[in-house]
Design a protein. Structure first.
Length: 650
């Protein structure tokens, strides 16, 4: 049908106003699409041969060429060890993935993905504001034909059906604020993002409905005033009276968790909450999702701009403003400048490293990618874009972010689950309660059950170093190279590793002399021991006790010894210890307490009687992240973002 009756148009428009898409309209569109003209590529093979024989012949030719090229690529892939190269790259990447790397990269990924999700949801809100204009035009038209139409109820239904982007937006805001305080500010362009936040604050306010304009205008002015007063405290200049306006005069504790800040910005925020209530009160509290929720987009962007401005600099803001101006009015020149800048930085980085290593690494990384691209030469970028438009990018981003946050939360909960505190328990007390004497009085199992109450004590004891042994050697790079053919593996071992010394008796160091003893027994000319990661076990005995404070009694009860597990960061310290050295170590009591030779993890170590310093620092501590304080910092920042300056977390 090319035309529609007036009554049908009115009915369809009334259903659209209620948020219902007529099914007959959808079926009609599908029928029209099926009857539309089709290209030769869309026709079945039978019709294609009849109507377009030449096109069918060309397609058969391309199909045969494609089959032949795939067979040739299969034969070529059997010659070049692509699987070995993939494994080499995979093991190299895995060997460099540490807890520190994840602690650095995950907050940044969450922040950037959430910020992108905020932008997408805001653009969707702008699109819905245009739909609101069309909706009001239709309702005005409907009132001419249907005077009894409940326009207010229709607006409520339409607004309720378009709440989805607002929910996703608020969820994205939570992830942005949660990740911002723990993300590295060196990798976040705060000045540029602050300008973006201010831009979306203005545009989101302009897209709001005019029905609640008196409240939204006053709310925005109040929020801007409170934000400016709070920013005055971080300005370097002396503003005198103005800084007094934003100062917190006194605080009132509310329990152990919250603090009320009595200040002018606090009073402004109380007035802002009153305006929120007035917006929600409109139309018998239907204004909550008709006016208040849309205004929250503007509110969140404004609050985010204030937060990011605290981390920005004046020069950065000027640079960002000029950069965006050039982006709009001098985009070709800006593109050339960025390309030249990237090229210069790449050349500097390229020159600073060894040329052969870079070329080999690039070739190794490029070979699997080229094969993948060649075999998938029919990949269409347009189809990928269409698939992305058919699915919700925001939903995908939020699902992945939620999964990552939950995984990190479980890791933090597991690593911080046991409460650890400093203990005054001495080694002699532990040996008396959980050592051989207790085993003889009862038995070892009963002693272990009793001593399990001491789990979680962080202790610092002094003992005699007996010996240390390597329990595990991890070298992912060596394992990957061993998978390659022999001649390629030897060449890459010398390229990325180190050669054995020449063993000249006149000029040889102690380390080279030790390697010279093994040089002729090895099967390679080079080694990759520089990539080794070790795990150690240290056996420590109790210090010798003295009789009457004068004469040493040589008591060496091996049943009182303890074993300490140490990671690779203690390598230089442990290799310089000698048997009998007196060491002070810190550990946490956990595991097989009360048994023979319990095993604990080494947290810190100091040599008390070493002749020379082991390293520039005397005390060597295991670097550990305080996950509990990091999560507490993020939660406190989220709470302050929504309630400061009225309330703040203690």
């Amino acid at each position: 049908k090319k035309f529609i009756a007036l009554d049908d148009f009115v009915e369809i428009t009334k259903k659209y106003a209620k948020g219902i898409i007529p099914s007959n309209l959808i079926m009609q569109e599908e029928e029209d699409d099926e009857l539309a003209g089709k290209t030769p590529e869309e026709l079945p093979l039978r019709l294609k041969v009849v109507k377009y024989p030449l096109h069918a012949i060309m397609e058969i030719k391309e199909y045969l060429i494609d089959i032949a090229s795939k067979a040739g690529m299969h034969w070529l892939s059997t010659i070049i060890p692509t699987h070995h190269i993939n494994a080499l790259i995979f093991f190299f990447i895995i060997s460099n993935l540490t807890i520190d790397f994840f602690a650095f990269i995950i907050p940044l990924v969450i922040f950037y993905l959430s910020f992108i999700s905020m932008v997408i949801c805001t653009l969707k809100v702008f699109q819905d504001s245009k739909a609101w204009e069309n909706f009001r035009t239709l309702t005005d038209l409907l009132l001419r034909f249907e005077p009894n139409l409940d326009v207010e109820q229709a607006e409520v239904n339409f607004g309720w059906n378009h709440l989805e982007p607002y929910i996703y937006f608020l969820l994205s805001v939570f992830f942005v604020i949660f990740s911002f305080p723990i993300a590295s500010k060196d990798c976040i362009p705060c000045s540029e993002l602050a300008i973006v936040s201010v831009f979306f604050t203005v545009t989101s306010y302009m897209s709001l409905s005019t029905c609640a304009e008196p409240y939204t205008r006053r709310a925005l002015m109040t929020e801007i005033a409170a934000g400016c007063l709070s920013l005055l405290q971080i300005l370097p200049g002396n503003f005198g009276f103005l800084k007094v306006l934003g100062k917190t005069y006194f605080t009132i504790p509310v329990g152990h968790l919250f603090v009320i800040n009595v200040s002018i910005p606090c009073l402004l925020f109380l007035y802002l909450f009153y305006l929120f209530f007035r917006m929600a009160q409109l139309r018998n509290f239907k204004g909550t999702y008709c006016y208040l929720v849309p205004y929250l987009v503007c509110f969140m962007w404004c609050e985010l701009s204030v937060v990011i401005l605290r981390e920005s600099s004046g020069i950065g803001l000027v640079r960002a403003s000029i950069g965006y101006f050039l982006f709009l009015f001098a985009l070709p020149v800006l593109g050339v400048g960025i390309a030249l800048m990237c090229l210069v930085h790449f050349i500097k980085w390229f020159v600073s490293l060894e040329l052969v290593k870079i070329v080999v690494t690039l070739v190794l990384c490029a070979v699997p990618l080229l094969f993948r691209w060649w075999t998938k030469v029919n990949f269409s970028v347009v189809e990928m874009v269409k698939s992305l438009t058919r699915s919700s990018i925001v939903k995908l981003i939020l699902v992945w972010i939620t999964a990552v946050v939950l995984f990190c939360w479980f890791y933090v909960y597991r690593s911080e689950g046991m409460k650890v505190y400093n203990s005054t328990l001495t080694w002699n007390q532990y040996a008396f309660l959980c050592g051989p004497r207790s085993w003889k009085e009862t038995n070892m199992a009963r002693t272990q059950i009793l001593c399990s109450h001491l789990e979680g004590h962080r202790v610092t004891w002094t003992g005699r170093f007996k010996y240390v042994r390597v329990t595990e050697i991890d070298n992912s790079a060596e394992s990957a190279i061993n998978m390659l053919p022999l001649f390629i593996g030897d060449w890459m071992r010398c390229l990325y590793g180190e050669t054995y010394p020449l063993c000249d008796p006149k000029n040889v160091t102690m380390e080279e002399e030790e390697l010279c003893r093994l040089k002729y027994l090895t099967k390679h000319n080079c080694h990759m021991k520089m990539f080794d990661r070790y795990k150690f076990e240290i056996t420590v005995g109790m210090p010798f006790s003295s009789k009457n404070g004068t004469k040493l009694v040589e008591e060496d009860d091996i049943t009182k010894d303890i074993v300490l597990k140490a990671s690779n960061e203690f390598k230089k310290v442990l290799l310089n210890l000698r048997q009998g050295s007196i060491i002070e170590f810190s550990t946490i009591l956990e595991g097989r307490l009360g048994s023979k030779w319990p095993v604990f993890e080494l947290k810190a170590i100091t040599c008390l009687n070493c002749m020379s310093k082991l390293l520039p620092a005397g005390r060597h501590v295991k670097i550990e992240h305080d996950w509990r304080s990091t999560v507490h910092k993020a939660i406190k920042f989220v709470f302050d973002f929504f309630f400061f300056p009225f309330l703040s977390a203690a």
